[in-house]
Design a protein around this ligand. Structure first.
Ligand code: PEP
Ligand code: MG
Length: 750
């Protein structure tokens, strides 16, 4: 790049800045900008196309084309050369536009006399805003320098669009970040919430894209990059002495940071941007935007991760440059709805129950953040594309966790409808609260014990508010999953002791570590298995490598400190596995006694029935075990051979399928024959219709999410189980596939 091109570029940006500083409506500014660009680049035409909606571009200002076509000429994404630039985010540079692929003739613009065409995307952090075009009468291809210059200008236009510089009368452009936006994502946790946005990691807004002293900007950039390198080196030094896969991954990320922070290419591009008149912040953001665009186009997972790392690093650099640090000082609203790209379980726990709702751009149903959100009973919507770019701190937001929908800055009608929904839910809650202390007794006098599932300390307050009869399933792996290293025995003992205390004498069923399959500990060597759900998981790991299981059993015994204790082994597929686990427990008990620790006054040891094989175990198993809990999530997946994580096949098989209900019935019969207490603790226990049918099949204990206890109890108290059983039997006799239609019909008819 020659000095003269640099100074030309700087003069252009300088003129743009002056134009933007002038008073005037948005349209006037846009017009003025196209005029300045055309003049500076010595082209007859300069036009700005902006998105009207996700799919449509509109000519918003032009110098050189027919002025009548402004706000009239529109094209769809991908249509014509302009549409192609917008769709692919790639530059189109041609000396012969009419013969180029995709060219669309638009007679109203009068552009047919301008064969050369250069179009660059106007985008900000991966978000497409529009297209900037120059055209000229002379048939020639634009030079690399000219392309670069136009890209820098496009960057400034993007920033100004973001800051609302073009909003106003006649501009037919609505202000960004002020319009209502609807996001359709996925359901992470049901429930409805209304509040104000609190951004987990607020993005930096660049208010000064153009600078007139490149030397000063270069010095700022160099100082900031130096500070960044020092901080990355410090992070590497502190992270230096860990172990395990998690640590290895962390080191990998930091090494990538270091690589980028020292990358000559990255620095050179930013220096060039500054030489052309951008401020240091704008230069960082220009390269970040380019990386985001590449991220959207790269399919290789590893490369995407690295581009992600570059994105994070750019954010750090922007924070250093703007002096914002990690905290922008934004105050948390009284009714915060957390908006984040993604969040770790530990960070989410720190926010805790303060949050009204959570909206994530990424995330998945089985993610640890989702598990925590469920434990906190905070509505969660996942996979909401672009919400962190759209939402601003303090924006009004409504989260519909049942539908997976988020309304950002909703209009009045939506607000009213949503308020009605919340009021209705609140009314239902009131009804549930009124029966909280009443038993789940059916009309024909059968009492069903409704316990709750838990896994975190944060769950325990629900014991009282939901009116649950104790904790029917405490998933101990959550404590292992939210950490980045193996918890110590003393830590676990302290935690279990707090759980037992919080339960105030009610029974807590502690399930021993259930890892593997979808629950992979970040600090344990990942297994490369073809079918993890059928692989080395749960008790199989515990029996093959008993160290951790025994440590956990010790922690449980010490936590009980002489009080009653209930332990349950997960995923037992055959009697011998239970016997083996039991004998480990006996040895641990002996050892604890020898060490002088008190032994539980009453110890119940149970097994989870999660594989069809265990339903057909020898009678002796049923006699030996103190209790059985049916893990319906896994049992159903193995019964139907349908992956519980795969929506496509999961929904194909109804839980109320007669075969599955008959299996449940058979398990209950076998337990009754030997007097073995049996419960059901899979997610289906929390669905009222399913719970009703399980009760009709003879189950007397169900364990579910605390929020489900009210709805389940409410239905049970209004039903006669003998009648339900009769409806099921008739459906079976008819050969129905599922009893659901019959049950629903019967419920409606009453
Ligand atoms: C189950 O499989 O039903 C169960 C309760 O265990 P998890 O969902 O933790 O696998
Ligand atoms: Mg299970």
């Amino acid at each position: 790049m020659t000095d003269s091109t640099k100074s030309k570029s700087r003069t252009l940006l300088g003129r743009l800045r002056e134009a933007l500083a002038e008073e005037g409506e948005g349209q006037e500014r846009l017009d003025r900008i196209t005029q300045i660009i055309a003049e500076s680049m010595e082209c007859e035409v300069c036009s700005i196309y902006l998105f009207r909606d996700d799919e449509t571009l509109e000519l918003c200002a032009t110098q050189g084309l027919n002025p009548e076509s402004v706000h009239q000429t529109r094209m769809r994404l991908g249509e014509g050369l302009v549409g192609r630039v917008a769709k692919t985010s790639h530059v189109v540079n041609t000396a012969d536009a009419p013969s180029s692929r995709g060219f669309r003739f638009m007679p109203e613009t009068g552009e047919e006399v301008f064969p050369s065409f250069l179009g660059v995307p106007i985008q900000r952090l991966g978000e497409r805003l529009g297209v900037l075009v120059v055209q000229s009468r002379e048939a020639r291809k634009f030079t690399d320098d000219e392309v670069y210059a136009l890209e820098v200008v496009a960057m400034v236009v993007a920033e100004m669009t973001e800051l609302g510089a073009f909003v106003g009368e006649g501009a037919a452009l609505s202000a960004r970040h002020q319009q209502p936006v609807l996001f359709r994502g996925g359901v992470g946790q049901e429930g409805a919430a209304m509040g104000h946005v609190y951004l987990h990691e607020p993005r930096v807004v660049v208010t000064n894209p153009i600078a007139d002293d490149p030397q000063a900007e270069l010095a700022r950039l160099h100082d900031a990059v130096d500070a960044l390198r020092v901080s990355v080196d410090e992070m590497l030094a502190t992270a230096g002495n860990g172990k395990g896969t998690e640590h290895k991954e962390q080191m990998q990320v930091l090494e990538t940071y270091r690589m980028f922070a020292n990358s000559k290419g990255w620095m050179r591009r930013m220096e060039e941007d500054i030489a052309r008149g951008l401020s240091a912040e704008a230069a960082v953001e220009k390269e970040q935007s380019a990386a985001r665009t590449r991220m959207g186009q790269v399919t290789d997972a590893y490369l995407r991760e690295r581009l992600h790392d570059l994105d994070d690093l750019s954010n750090r650099l922007l924070r250093i440059l703007t002096g914002q640090g990690n905290n922008t000082g934004a105050e948390m609203p009284d009714d915060p709805v957390l908006v984040a790209r993604n969040i770790g379980p530990a960070e989410l726990l720190e926010y805790g129950r303060k949050l009204r709702g959570i909206v994530l751009e990424e995330g998945s149903v089985g993610s640890h953040a989702a598990i925590v959100a469920r434990a906190l009973a905070v509505p969660l919507v996942i996979n909401t594309d672009n919400i962190t770019t759209e939402a601003l701190n303090g924006d009004h937001i409504m989260v519909d966790g049942d539908q997976g929908i988020v309304h950002l800055r909703p209009d009045e009608n939506i607000v009213e409808a949503f308020k009605d929904k919340i009021a209705m839910l609140a009314k239902e809650q009131e009804r549930y609260a009124s029966i909280r202390d009443k038993p789940a007794e059916t009309l024909d006098g059968k009492v069903i014990t409704l316990a709750m599932n838990a896994g975190l300390m944060a769950d325990l307050p629900s014991l009282e508010s939901s009116g649950a009869d104790g904790v029917g399933l405490f998933r101990t792996e959550l404590q292992f999953l939210i950490r980045n290293k193996m918890p110590k025995r003393a830590e676990l003992a302290a935690l279990y002791s707090r759980v037992i205390k919080a339960a105030k004498g009610q029974r807590v069923v502690f399930r021993t570590l259930d890892i593997g399959s979808d629950k992979v500990l970040p600090y344990m060597k990942a297994q490369d298995e073809p079918n993890p759900a059928l692989g080395w998981r749960a008790i199989r790991v515990g029996l093959d490598k008993p160290g951790v299981m025994r440590m956990q059993l010790q922690a449980l015994i010490r936590a009980a400190n002489g009080r009653p204790l209930t332990v349950m082994f997960p995923f037992v597929a055959q009697f011998e596995e239970y016997c083996e686990a039991h004998s480990h427990l006996e040895r641990v008990l002996e050892r604890e006694a020898a060490l002088g620790h008190p032994i539980p006054e009453n110890l119940e040891v149970g097994a989870m029935l999660e594989t069809p094989s265990l339903a057909f175990a020898p009678r002796k198993f049923f006699e030996e075990v103190d209790f059985i809990s049916i893990g319906g999530n896994d049992l159903k997946q193995f019964f139907f051979a349908a992956d519980r994580e795969n929506e496509r096949v999961r929904q194909r098989y109804d839980t109320l399928n007669v075969s599955f209900l008959s299996l449940i019935e058979r398990i209950v019969e076998r337990c009754n024959e030997t007097g073995t207490p049996v419960s059901f603790c899979g997610e289906d226990a929390g669905r009222p219709i399913e719970a009703l049918c399980f009760a009709a099949m003879g189950l007397r204990t169900l364990s579910m999410r605390p929020a489900s206890i009210g709805p389940v109890k409410s239905l049970l108290r209004r039903a006669n189980l003998d009648q339900v059983k009769a409806v099921i039997d008739e459906a079976r006799a008819r050969g129905d596939q599922s009893v659901r239609p019959a049950i629903m019909g019967w419920l409606r008819g009453r």
